[in-house]
Design a protein around this ligand. Structure first.
Ligand code: ADP
Length: 152
């Protein structure tokens, strides 16, 4: 069984995340969208809220599962029997960062392979950071969010 983990903070999930997962569905038997919890990090939205949004967005696809983990992503992948990690590439700075992480994960995760999908052009400027800034500034973030989500 080909299982991939798509890790992230999803604070909140954006259309960019959604599009990436939907394009990856035909490539894997199972995709686990996994929220990585880092106790040092401050999040805008609660873990429960972020999980609910992910569950709502992917409710229509039985091969997409939502989970939460702590600690190294590579160890989490081993724990759930995933040989692949899914990541998105929006630009050159994503590439520089992701390249190093994927090489490290391959060693730490005992052969774990990272599969990259290039963001579709209309979503390549979408990020959770931008969405948080819009929300904090009292703006309307709905153009950046999946259809099934409304904030504010
Ligand atoms: P992190 O907390 O690790 O920064 P995010 O929750 O922001 O993670 O994103 C998780 C993954 O989704 C990353 O691989 C990131 O590159 C990818 N991603 C985020 N936004 C987009 C987008 N607009 N298009 C494609 N991939 C994206």
């Amino acid at each position: 069984m080909k299982t991939a983990v798509f890790p992230g903070s999803f604070d909140p999930i954006t259309k960019g995340h959604e599009e990436l997962v939907r394009r990856a569905i035909p490539l894997f038997d199972k995709i686990i969208v996994a929220i990585g919890v880092n106790s040092q990090k401050k999040y805008l939205f609660s873990l429960e809220q972020r999980m609910k949004w992910l569950n709502d967005v992917f409710a229509d696809d039985p091969t997409v599962h939502v989970d939460v983990y702590e600690g190294l992503t590579a160890y989490y992948c081993q724990k759930v029997g995933a040989n692949y990690m899914l990541r998105g590439l929006r630009n050159a700075s994503d590439f520089d960062y992701e390249k190093t992480i994927s090489q490290l994960n391959n060693i730490v995760g005992g052969g774990l392979e990272t599969i990259f999908l290039i963001s579709e052009p209309q979503y390549s400027h979408f990020s959770s950071t931008i969405v948080r800034e819009i929300i904090k500034g009292g703006g309307d973030a709905s153009p950046f969010l999946p259809e099934s989500i409304s904030i504010g």
